[in-house]
Write a protein that binds this ligand. Sequence first.
Ligand SMILES: Cc1cc2nc3c(=O)[nH]c(=O)nc-3n(C[C@H](O)[C@H](O)[C@H](O)COP(=O)(O)OP(=O)(O)OC[C@H]3O[C@@H](n4cnc5c(N)ncnc54)[C@H](O)[C@@H]3O)c2cc1C
Length: 432
Amino acid sequence: MTYPDTYYSRTVTDRKTRPPLSGEAECDIAIVGGGLAALTTALQLARAGRFVAVLEAKTIGFGASGRNGGFVTPGFSARSEAVSASVGADAARALHHLSIEGVDFVRDIIDELAIADARPRPGLISVLRYDGGDAFRRYVEETARDYGYELEYLETAALRSVLRSQRYYQGLRDAKAFHIHPLNYLRAVAHEVERLGGRIFEASEVIDCDLSGPQKKLRTVQASLRAQHVVFATGGYTGPVLKRLRRAYLPIATYVMVSEAAPDLIAQAVATTDAVGDNRRAGDYYRVVDDGKRLLWGGRITTRAAAPAVLARELRREMVGTYPQLAGLRTELAWSGLMSYARHQMPQIGQLQPGVWYCTAFGGHGLNTTAIGGKLVAEGILGVSDRYRMFAPFGLDWTGGAIGLAAAQLTYWKLQAQDWWRERRAGEGVTT
Ligand SMILES: Cc1cc2nc3c(=O)[nH]c(=O)nc-3n(C[C@H](O)[C@H](O)[C@H](O)COP(=O)(O)OP(=O)(O)OC[C@H]3O[C@@H](n4cnc5c(N)ncnc54)[C@H](O)[C@@H]3O)c2cc1C
């Protein structure tokens, strides 16, 4: 298995490897990529009795899907106000419902396939790092009214009794959100695809394709595959095979670290098994893993891959700033991964031409949205729904290449500065 060294690769339970594709082969639907978008699509098609073949360049779960924070929560990378502004309030509401469906899908799969190794734990607490007055209370009411979705409001004392940080003011608890070991989840999904007759090939990078006729053809270094439909689900690792996709996304790196085992010390700061995220536009997120023994902490983005060890120092500074009691907690390991971002920050899900599908650009909010992507693309191929068209307003716009990357980094720094300024004003007693 060719995985980067992460907490997940160290604790993965199924270590099966899969051979590369060889010779000339044929299937109903060929899926390029071996992340959650690809495997969820494969799962839904295999469940419907279609013969699917998945081609993964390295090892399944090598990309973002096997190394992320593990938070499964409603929503998208794009902020809800931006989605509303672009498609209108009704379509935005329908999309948000879809994002909740994605969370339910992951939970149901874990239940149906009894994926105990995914170690699902319920609960996500979103925290404010400045005094937001009754902003969170209002949000709880709006969410219940608009989506029938219940959130619990946590006032400062209640919040600080479980998250022992003076930096936090109010919190929201989502009891339906949960967190998982994403690599174990993904590998169990792959296993189910194979049980249903699907084939998965590793070390099978697609290097060329001919998509012109009714029979599409994909080529790897040593083999070729024909299919009626092809799905591209290559996320932040998308290469030059399909130029339209390559031009339509920015690869953005982000970082995670995991601590040494120190359960008593960690419990002095984080006295909950809930996952936690702060509401800064460029915020941090964390959760206890390994039955409370370790703390997994993620955050920061860069548009150029930086050494994880360097970024881990920044994350540590952030962690100790939030929880001074964790100053002695050693970082054991840090890693990075690439996310795929479109200009509009929404997923790119759709059909490029008859029989050619794309399912990508899930950004930093991919665990629920890859589930939606897989479901919708499968429904489109099976002809049972055209719900994939809900993403038609979010097309494959050019991201601007190197200039687009530089602009993304500048935007991130601007957001960081705004977050800092807002907290500083709050520290001076100015409520926003
Ligand atoms: C560090 C980190 C933390 C994150 N935390 C969270 C979180 O807590 N919650 C959340 O919802 N989201 C999170 N995300 C985002 C989420 O992980 C991604 O949005 C999601 O996993 C993307 O899935 P994917 O299948 O589109 O892409 P990937 O999982 O990246 O899969 C793409 C695959 O395609 C393969 N590939 C590429 N080109 C080819 C080719 N030519 N031929 C064959 N194979 C190819 C790659 O090898 C790769 O395995 C995080 C992301 C990162 C990086």
